[in-house]
Ligand binder design. Sequence first.
Ligand SMILES: Nc1ncnc2c1ncn2[C@@H]1O[C@H](COP(=O)(O)OP(=O)(O)O)[C@@H](O)[C@H]1O
Ligand SMILES: [Mg+2]
Length: 430
Amino acid sequence: MIKNAYQVAVAEEQGLPAAAELPAGEDHIAPAPRVSVQAFCETVETAAAVQAAGEDRRLAKAHVKIQMGGIAAAIEAYRSSATPNVIVIEADTRADEILGGLDQLAEVCDAGTRVMVIGRINDVTLYRELTRRGVSDYLIAPVGTIDVVRSICGLYSAPDAKPVGRIIAVVGAKGGVGASTIAHNVAYAIGADFGVDSVVADLDLAFGTAGLDYNQDPPQGIADAVFSPDRIDGGFVDRLLSKCTDHLSLLAAPATLERVYDFGAESFDAIIDTLRNSVPCIVLDVPHQWSGWTRRLLVSADDILIVAAPDLANLRNAKNMVDLLRVARPNDRHPYYCLNQAGVPKRPEITPADFAKALEDQPLAVIPFEPQLFGTAANNGQMIAEVSSGHKTAEMVRQLAQVLTGRAEAKRARSGLLTPLLAKLRKKSA
Ligand SMILES: Nc1ncnc2c1ncn2[C@@H]1O[C@H](COP(=O)(O)OP(=O)(O)O)[C@@H](O)[C@H]1O
Ligand SMILES: [Mg+2]
């Protein structure tokens, strides 16, 4: 939707029709997905407009936060924390100051974050420079509530808009290695520590434990989606999700055996596509099996985490999975893997170094076997971080979440036991 002078300038540059050729009148604004929006305002008028926008029905799913301080406050804030899906900056200054500030902001911005600017300068040279820097939209102050709503929603509804969601598939190299436990804990951390809305889809329909792990027993879930593919749309999927925390929802497995679960390779396509359009992060808890649909989900995920226990069968299986997925995804990062349940007393184990040699990649983490901690969490329907948030395993889970969500390099250097190791791994795998 071409609306303002900035967008006209962008359109002209791209050879698209100019504003005059577009239909006039109030347009339809598609609701925004579950994105996080953070605004850094300079004037109370703009803050009020953004605040009111956040209360608009079309932004009902989005999380909108507002603070004052403009671009300087934004740069300061994101030096040490992850950026949201959308940053709104009010820049009440000269063009060169706006551009200088944006360059600094770019250094601390995570990939995928979109930046909208609200300024007072109406000038085509500034527009060009803003486009060149990848600014998604420029609004001229004073802005009305509906302008802000339209601009944020427009980021996700344009015909060429990229789907908002990132798919992370977690799978075990063998059954029982803790893949589901790690998937659930990582998804929890993505919501709790990064404020990113996520959905866990429990794809082990017969025996899945996500409902138990999050202490939820929803009447509906993933089965309703795969058995009625024709009904799938945003509203239908919303009703299937059960909310676990502010930022985390569950698409639960029925875990009942009345039906059998034989699926075609494409059975999950519709639900995944719909989730991708509305949720920033989707964690797939993929059962340990090799079928048309599991293979397809792994191949099409944005990132893959293979969980392996340190024994020979796990090593062989992980190696086979990594080899196949590397070939099937030649232009993607290699699948990540982590070792879990390491250090069981008296058990001979294959070392992380041997895994690294065979898989030609370092593990993202080596999580110790901790029956007390994991057993307590599992039996109480809690996450590791809820049982003991300061525990080093909880920190490892956070680190996994950070890497899997593609957080910016610099910001991974928060204090944490794994930081130096992870930094080294990243250099190697980059
Ligand atoms: N690091 C660990 N230490 C101790 N127990 C663990 C650990 N990781 C997972 N578990 C336990 O192992 C069991 C199997 O985990 P699960 O996540 O269901 O495995 P999978 O999905 O790979 O089949 C669960 O009881 C879980 O609590
Ligand atoms: Mg499992």
